[in-house]
Design a protein around this ligand. Structure first.
Ligand code: LLP
Length: 405
């Protein structure tokens, strides 16, 4: 995005998330067109960026939503995603969440255990409805990604084995309150290798065939999310190749392909802007202290994730520096050994690829207010989340009676 960063910072202050809505459109259209002529639905993974304006933009493009809490389901509905395009996944759903999702009559509940299936059947019976369900299988393939975001091995907590899934489908088929119409898997995030995806698709397609043979008609083949993006110099999977392996695995099956991309859509549609407070030298070590911190963008601290960082309109010889925030943790950094010119108070740094799992993973640690978010569409900027004030932060505490103290 070609932006006037200085103007944005003057207008909205820092730290700040900025999203390029035209890029979101392009990513959506590219993925959708890879499936041209096939029945497909892009159910955007709301967890990657749940700003209502982002979801609303995607809703207008025709996207569905993949949600992992009733809160996300409500966001999706509020943003205008049609209920028949909403999926509710997640390894632990509370009874109230199941009840509400069934009442909302969303497309599918993705189930991740036999115990959960039984809870859903009981709640559906209480409500007098039939729950459309999908079962998340764990195909036990190694996605070759970071262990924290790998989900498709038996050692991970997600999904059930193929054998358990078969048992569950048979049970569901017999239950008057369950309608098993989908199969789901998600082997991990930030995937850059096609072969594990292909392998998982083949395993799951075989399961669908064996279910069809016993009259369990699976209509939705949900391949989860996981498409990797470029943070540094990764070679990513082409959407056409991605679509090709999935179409190949499912060619004899009359199914709608569901996709749940989050990072693919959002990571490189967003940047994080932070202001330099000071430079500091501790022995040989150079630190650039900025006003953004781990509570605003957790990925570097949590996963050691790399985000490219550059200074805005600043020349000069570059030397390595750790870019650190004001939070009282040694793990509070946005980048390590980043090549940067000498910086002054009020210089601005751009932290790239921050549109996914940036704001949504932010917290109020150290009583820092959540930052503002801005959208850019056709060259115009729009505030899509106000900066959180101190009053916003303490509202729920102040609402409690503390006269007993
Ligand atoms: N579907 C399911 C069932 C998922 O668990 C996830 C992500 C997605 C879809 C979306 O995956 P994506 O397309 O964004 O890769 N916080 C981590 C990422 C955690 C991903 C969890 N599940 C990060 O910052 O890298």
């Amino acid at each position: 995005m070609s932006l006037n960063i200085k103007e944005l910072v003057e207008k909205y202050n820092t730290p700040l998330y900025v999203y390029d809505f035209n890029n979101i459109t392009n990513r959506y259209e590219e993925l959708k067109s890879a499936y041209e002529g096939k029945k497909s639905l892009i159910a955007y993974a709301v967890k990657s960026n749940s700003n209502l304006a982002v979801i609303k933009h995607l809703a207008k493009l025709g996207a569905g939503a993949d949600c992992v809490s009733i809160g996300e389901v409500k966001r999706a509905l509020k943003a205008g995603i049609q209920k028949y395009k909403i999926i509710f996944s997640g390894v632990g759903k509370r009874d109230e969440e199941i009840r509400e999702a069934l009442k909302e009559d969303i497309l599918l509940l993705n189930l991740e255990s036999e115990a959960e299936m039984k809870r859903v059947a009981i709640i559906a019976e209480e409500l007098g409805v039939e729950a459309r369900i999908s079962i998340r299988v764990n195909p036990n393939v190694d996605p070759q990604t970071h262990p924290y975001i790998s989900t498709g091995l038996h050692e991970n907590k997600f999904g059930v084995s193929i054998d358990t899934a078969k048992r569950m489908y048979i049970y569901a088929k017999k239950s008057p309150h369950l309608n098993p119409i989908g199969v789901h898997f998600h082997i991990g995030s930030q995937l850059t290798e096609l072969s594990p995806i292909s392998e998982a698709c083949e395993i799951v397609a075989d399961l669908v065939r064996s279910l069809k043979a016993i009259d369990i008609d699976i209509k939705f083949f949900d391949i989860g999310g996981g498409l990797g993006v470029v943070y540094d110099n990764e070679v990513t999977i082409k959407t056409s190749e991605y679509a090709r392996v999935i179409s190949k695995a499912t060619k004899d099956l009359d199914v709608t392909i569901l996709m749940e991309p989050g990072r693919y859509m959002m990571a490189n549609s967003g940047i994080f802007l932070t202001r330099v407070l000071y430079e500091k030298q501790n022995g040989d070590k150079r630190f650039v202290i900025v006003d953004g911190a781990m509570n605003d963008l957790l990925r570097p601290s949590l996963y050691g994730a790399y985000h490219k960082i550059e200074a805005v309109q600043k020349d000069g010889e570059k030397t390595p520096a750790d870019v650190v925030g004001p939070v009282c943790e040694s793990g509070d950094f946005l980048g390590k050994d980043v090549e940067l010119p000498l910086l002054d108070n009020n210089d601005i740094l751009i932290v790239h690829s921050a549109g996914a799992y940036g704001f949504t993973m932010s917290s109020n640690y150290n009583t820092r207010g959540k930052v503002a978010e801005v959208a850019i569409l056709d060259g115009k900027d729009y505030l899509i989340r106000q900066r959180e004030s101190f009053e916003d932060q303490i509202r729920l505490e102040e609402a409690c009676d503390t006269s007993w103290l």
